[in-house]
Structure formats: structure tokens, C-alpha cells
Design a protein around this ligand. Structure first.
Ligand code: 5GP
Length: 345
């Protein structure tokens, strides 16, 4: 047994220190970024915020709205090949720049991936997503996928430590997804005791990835636009959101009306709700590692989007970053023992 004594931090443990700035207005801030990916050599331009590949968030409807502002959606893996076909019949051509097709590492997963790519070779991004990115099987699957699709952009995760980020980049990933346990409907830390505070995970994993010329996505744990800013400040190239995009018109999940109020169902992809829906229940050898909740219905995602992007622009003006690209360089975190004033909460 071994203990690491360095304290690891989450979003709630820090704030960003303001810095002298020459920016007059937040309208001067550019949130768009350009990337060239390590293995596929593809390029991308857009606002690097992503809807998570959960069936309540990573929907075709979400992608159509987010892509209008050049944000990205990792489409969940439960759409059928027929549903993909219908989507492509009506979606704008440039949608392929703003969506990834998600896959697990099973035989059926790779068969479906192949069929969708045969039907829609213009798709550019693949998101290989497993709860535990430390497994050898996952790395082998990633290597095979890279061989099979040499020029597609491959996202792979999730991991939380630098050495595994390096291993995934060297095994064919372009972008590594970082986060174990911080998610709003995740119970991994409770069920297994495993996890890593997200801010430290970002700082350490970004360092490892950038050293090799790769990128990372901070996945999970953002509850406010301020958290999104902290994730970028810590070094994330992309930030993936589940809960913050849940509960909207474009989100999946049942709309529930009760006593004149409306809610939408939101659940983890390892929750018993998801497992009942897709694999006929929770297998005997495992426990569910996700919650099912009802979130107040928030209307169209457009308003939420403005809130997030407006917040992020404001962060950039507070530290004098004219572009999102400069935010990490201009960020000094201070450790704190308080966050927002709770008097009226
Ligand atoms: P959020 O933005 O809601 O805090 O986090 C979203 C992320 O939580 C997802 O992108 C995914 O990585 C993670 N997640 C989604 N469902 C589950 C689940 O059932 N269990 C666990 N452990 N993580 C989940």
C-alpha cells in the first residue's frame, strides 16, 4: 500500500485570480479554437465545449442546435443504424465537424461502428468510451480502431493520470477523455472508492497530453459556467458537459408534469435505468454506478448556452485573455475555503 501525500483539488477548492487586463469588453473575446490532431492529422475549428455521449444529452436534436454555434456533441451509442440514416437525410452537411459517433469496446459495438461508417463515410470523429480506460482490452480495441480508421479523429477515455494519457495517445488516440467519478449522476466514488479530483486530473493529464502533441477533454463535474472556466484554466482543450445540458427541450429523457411543474428524467449511463433500457437489467456480477434524477425542465438549450459562453467570455476578460487559447497561460488558481454566498439559496 502506498499513499500520495500531495493534495488533489476539485473545482470547489479553487478560484481564478483576476489579473490586469487591457480588454474593454467581453465581446472582444474569441472562444473559437483551432486544433491539429496528433494521429489523424485532421484539423478542427470551433468552440471546444461538448455535450456528453449520454442518451439524455448526446442526442441528434442537441447536435443540430449546438453545431449552429460550432459546439460539439458526442452522439450516444444507442441510436440504430436506421436512426443515423434518417438523421443524415436532414442534417446540414457540415454537421460532421461537430459530432462524434460513440462506441463501446464489444464485438457488437465495432460491428455497428463499421456499418454506420459504410453508410456515412463522411463521419469524422469516433468516441471510444469506457468507464475504466485502464483496461488492456480497451487499449487493444483502440489500436485496432486506429488501424481500421487511420484518418478519423479518435477520442478515447476515461482515464485520470498522465501515464495512461500517454499510453492512449501512443496507441492511436487523438484526444483523451479525462474524468473518473466527478459526474453529476455518477456513483463510482461511492460504490468503488476509486476516483481523482477533477481539477488536478486536468492539470496532470493536460501536461502529459500536450507534451506529446495530443489534446484532452475534461469530462464531468462541471455544475456551473465558472467550473467550465476553471476546467479550461487548468488546461483542458475541450470540456464535456452532461448535467448542465440535461433537462432541455433537446435533451432525451421523459418529460414529467407534476403539480403544475415540469421535470425531465436524467440518469447515468451505468444507472439501473440505463441498464434496464438497453441490456435488460443490471447483470448479477455488477452494481449500478449511476443515479437517476429528475431535473427541472429548463426550456431550449440556447439560453443555457448563452449563459455558459457569456460566463466564459467574462472569465477571459477578468484575466486578460483575448482568446480562450490564452486562458490557461493567464490562469492563477488560488486555493479557497469558500465558494458562492449561500444566503439566498
Ligand atoms: P456531468 O457533466 O453530468 O457532471 O458528467 C457527465 C459525465 O459523467 C459523462 O460524460 C460520463 O463520463 C459520466 N457518466 C455518465 N453516466 C455515468 C454513470 O452512470 N456512472 C459514472 N460513473 N459516470 C457516468
Amino acid at each position: 500500500m502506498h499513499i500520495e501525500h500531495d493534495i488533489k483539488l476539485g473545482f470547489k477548492d479553487v478560484m481564478i485570480r483576476p489579473k490586469r487586463s487591457t480588454l474593454k469588453s467581453r465581446s472582444q473575446v474569441t472562444l473559437e479554437r483551432n486544433f491539429t490532431f496528433l494521429n489523424s492529422k485532421s484539423t478542427w475549428a470551433g468552440i471546444p465545449i461538448m455535450a456528453a455521449n449520454m442518451d439524455t444529452v448526446g442526442t441528434f436534436e442537441m447536435a443540430l442546435v449546438l453545431s449552429q454555434q460550432k459546439l460539439f456533441t458526442a452522439i450516444h451509442k444507442h441510436y440504430s443504424t436506421q436512426q443515423w440514416h434518417t438523421f443524415f437525410n436532414t442534417a446540414p452537411k457540415d454537421i460532421v465537424n461537430y459530432i462524434a459517433i460513440s462506441t463501446g469496446t464489444g464485438k457488437e459495438d465495432s460491428k455497428k461502428l463499421k456499418t454506420v461508417f459504410e453508410n456515412h463515410p463522411e463521419l469524422k470523429f469516433i468516441c471510444i468510451d469506457v468507464a475504466n480506460g485502464y483496461s488492456e482490452h480497451f487499449v487493444e480495441f483502440l489500436q485496432q480502431t486506429r488501424e481500421q480508421y487511420p484518418d478519423k479523429v479518435i477520442i478515447a477515455g476515461n482515464v485520470v493520470t498522465g501515464e495512461m494519457v500517454e499510453q492512449l495517445l501512443l496507441s492511436g488516440a487523438d484526444i483523451v477523455k479525462v474524468g473518473i467519478g466527478p459526474g453529476s449522476v455518477c456513483t463510482t466514488r461511492v460504490k468503488t472508492g476509486v476516483g481523482y479530483p477533477q481539477l488536478s486530473a486536468i492539470i496532470e493529464c493536460a501536461d502529459a497530453a500536450h507534451g506529446l502533441g495530443g489534446q484532452i477533454i475534461s469530462d464531468g463535474g462541471c455544475a456551473t459556467p465558472g467550473d467550465v472556466a476553471k476546467a479550461f484554466g487548468a488546461g483542458a482543450d475541450f470540456v464535456m458537459l452532461g448535467g448542465m445540458f440535461a433537462g432541455h427541450t433537446e435533451s432525451g429523457g421523459e418529460l414529467i408534469s407534476r403539480n403544475g411543474e415540469q421535470f425531465k428524467q436524467f440518469y447515468g449511463m451505468s444507472s439501473s435505468t440505463a441498464m434496464d433500457k438497453y441490456v435488460g437489467g443490471v447483470a448479477e456480477y455488477r452494481a449500478s454506478e449511476g443515479k437517476t434524477v429528475e431535473v427541472p425542465y429548463k426550456g431550449d438549450v440556447k439560453a443555457t448556452l448563452q449563459d455558459i459562453l457569456g460566463g466564459l467570455r467574462s472569465t477571459c476578460t477578468y484575466v486578460g485573455a483575448e482568446r480562450l487559447k490564452e486562458l490557461t497561460k493567464r490562469t492563477t488558481f488560488i486555493r479557497v475555503a469558500e465558494q458562492e454566498n449561500q444566503v439566498y439559496n
